[in-house]
Every structure is written in structure tokens, then in C-alpha cells.
Design a protein around this ligand. Structure first.
Ligand code: SF4
Length: 304
């Protein structure tokens, strides 16, 4: 089967079996084309709640499927490729969080949504990259221990100077690997292009950027801007998606190494196999874990 034939079979099967396909923004364009919804991890969880389908297939990494399950316990949630995991989500675990809390009893522990359900059980609040500033400004605590992404934490802290932030040494290996010196040639080759960067990038990159925001924020900014050229400082799949969305504009990757190999693991073949009940992994969470990890997410929703 070629790509088009495989996509047609997937579309036919998902309709027949009443399955909803969720695709994270960093999935390939071929997957976007067969997805019911595309977006960031929290946005996809909300879409899962809206669909009437009883089964959802998550094309993304494991913590995203866990978040979908946490917020949608009555749905069958399948992670399309069980090997797709986020290395940042594994940098700390529940025992680490409990230790951090002991060491900083007066701080609220805030976890980026890119963490496991098990870790979320013990944190005070969860944030996404697009909601972090708004939410952490609103919480009453003055001292915030932000995990795991130090770059995102530092970016958020700079917007909320009235609060004290504490970090640990974590971060996204994909975004962290690009240094300002590595992007010099792209910036010099396209001097009139705007640099749009994700806050998971190193501070030396976000300091140069014309716009800093979540993946969805970057897409919206580029689509709505009257400018014609953009350098994209996030996972390079966004360059491909934006080029399809805005063929009259030009998009360049900040660096060729801005590739998340975990996000690239999922293929159309994986989705097809899930639909044939011959692949993927059903995500289950013990009810106590689900309820405990739901609490800081609900606090985010209430404040956001
Ligand atoms: S891009 Fe970074 S944060 Fe996102 S899944 Fe990959 S490693 Fe994790």
C-alpha cells in the first residue's frame, strides 16, 4: 500500500469502528491528514472529552495518552506506538517530588504537563507552556518550585518577577540541544525572517526571539502575521505543517537537529495496526493514581 492508500484505509476503518484519532502537533503531516484533531497535549485531552467516540488513538508520547485517560476515564485510550515516550517526562519521579517538597515546605510544586501521571499525584499544580504565566501569577503561593523544564521555568519566572522560583536541572533534550552559535548561519541567511521560539529552548534563543510561545501559539502567530518569512525554534515538524498551511510564506528550521525522535516513532502503519486491534497499547491507570493526578490538573483548569 502506498501512503494515500494507507490513509484511505485508516479513514475507512476509524469511521467503521467509531474511533477518534488525536495527533500531537509534532506528528508528521501524513498523520495530521487522517487525524480528527491536532493540537497540544492538553488541547487534545479536551477534544477527547468532546468526541462521542468511545475509543481514542493518541498519536504522541506516553504522558499525553495518560493525560487523555486521566481526563476521560470512560474512554478507551490507545497509545499508537507504545515505545513513544518523552525523556523529559522521565527525568523526575514521585519520590523526587516528595523529596523536593520536604526540602522546600513553603513552596508550591508546579509540574509542566510533560510529566507522568504518577509524578503529578504529589504536585500542587500542573501547567502547560501556554497557560503557565497566567496560572502561576494567580496562585497565592509566593514561592514556586518548577519541574522539570528549567528553561520554561526561567522564561515564566521572568514574566512574574514578584514571585520566587526554584528550579531543578531538567529540560527537553530536543529543544536544549540547539545553542545560539548553532543557529547563526540560519539567522544570517534570512535576516528579515521573524524568529518564533518555544520556551523550552535555551534562554539565549528565547532572548533573540521576536515571539516566544507554545507550539499552538507559534502556529497561530505565523498564520495570522502579515510577515512572510519565519525561522521556527521548535520541533521541525512545525515547519512542514506551517508550509502546508501558508504556502505563500516561507518557513525555516532554526536548526536541523530540532527533531524529537520519540515523536517521530509513530507511523501510519502503527495507527492502522491499532485499528485492526493488532498494535498500540491501551493506557490504564489505577483509579487512585488517576484521581490524585487529576487534582492538580483540575486546579490548572479552574485558574486558566
Ligand atoms: S519535544 Fe521534548 S518535551 Fe516534547 S516529547 Fe520530545 S523530548 Fe518530550
Amino acid at each position: 500500500m502506498n501512503t494515500r492508500e494507507l490513509q484511505d484505509r485508516i479513514i475507512e476503518l476509524k469511521k467503521k469502528k467509531d474511533v477518534c484519532i488525536l495527533a500531537h502537533a509534532y506528528q508528521s503531516h501524513a498523520i495530521w491528514e487522517i487525524a480528527d484533531y491536532t493540537g497540544d497535549s492538553f488541547g487534545l485531552s479536551q477534544k477527547a472529552a468532546e468526541t462521542t467516540a468511545k475509543t481514542v488513538i493518541m498519536c504522541g508520547v506516553r504522558f499525553m495518552a495518560e493525560t487523555v485517560k486521566t481526563l476521560n476515564p470512560d474512554k478507551k485510550v490507545i497509545l499508537a506506538n507504545p515505545e513513544a515516550d518523552c525523556p523529559m517526562a522521565r527525568q523526575f519521579d514521585l519520590a523526587d517530588v516528595n523529596y523536593f517538597k520536604q526540602q522546600n515546605p513553603d513552596a508550591a510544586v508546579c509540574a509542566y504537563i510533560n510529566t507522568t501521571a504518577d509524578l503529578k499525584r504529589s504536585v500542587d499544580i500542573v501547567v502547560t507552556s501556554s497557560s503557565a504565566v497566567t496560572i502561576l501569577r494567580k496562585i497565592p503561593e509566593q514561592k514556586i518550585l518548577f519541574i522539570p523544564d528549567r528553561n520554561l521555568g526561567a522564561y515564566v519566572a521572568a514574566q512574574i518577577p514578584e514571585k520566587e522560583f526554584i528550579y531543578v536541572q531538567g529540560g527537553c533534550p530536543t529543544h536544549q540541544r540547539v545553542k545560539a552559535s548553532m543557529s547563526k548561519s540560519v539567522l544570517e541567511a534570512h535576516p528579515s525572517a521573524l524568529l518564533l521560539a518555544h520556551p523550552e529552548c535555551l534562554p539565549e534563543i528565547t532572548a533573540m526571539a521576536d515571539y516566544v510561545g507554545s507550539t499552538t501559539g507559534i502556529i497561530d502567530y505565523a498564520v495570522n502575521s502579515s510577515e512572510k518569512e519565519f525561522i521556527i525554534g521548535t520541533e521541525s515538524s512545525i515547519v512542514e505543517h506551517l508550509q502546508f498551511m501558508c504556502p505563500e510564506k516561507k518557513f525555516y528550521a532554526l536548526h536541523k537537529d530540532l527533531v524529537c525522535h520519540n515523536m517521530r516513532l509513530t507511523t501510519l502503519g502503527d495507527i492502522y495496526n491499532c485499528l485492526l486491534d493488532n498494535g498500540g497499547e491501551e493506557i490504564t491507570l489505577p483509579e487512585q493514581v488517576r484521581l490524585e493526578s487529576l487534582k492538580p490538573i483540575q486546579r490548572m483548569i479552574a485558574l486558566g
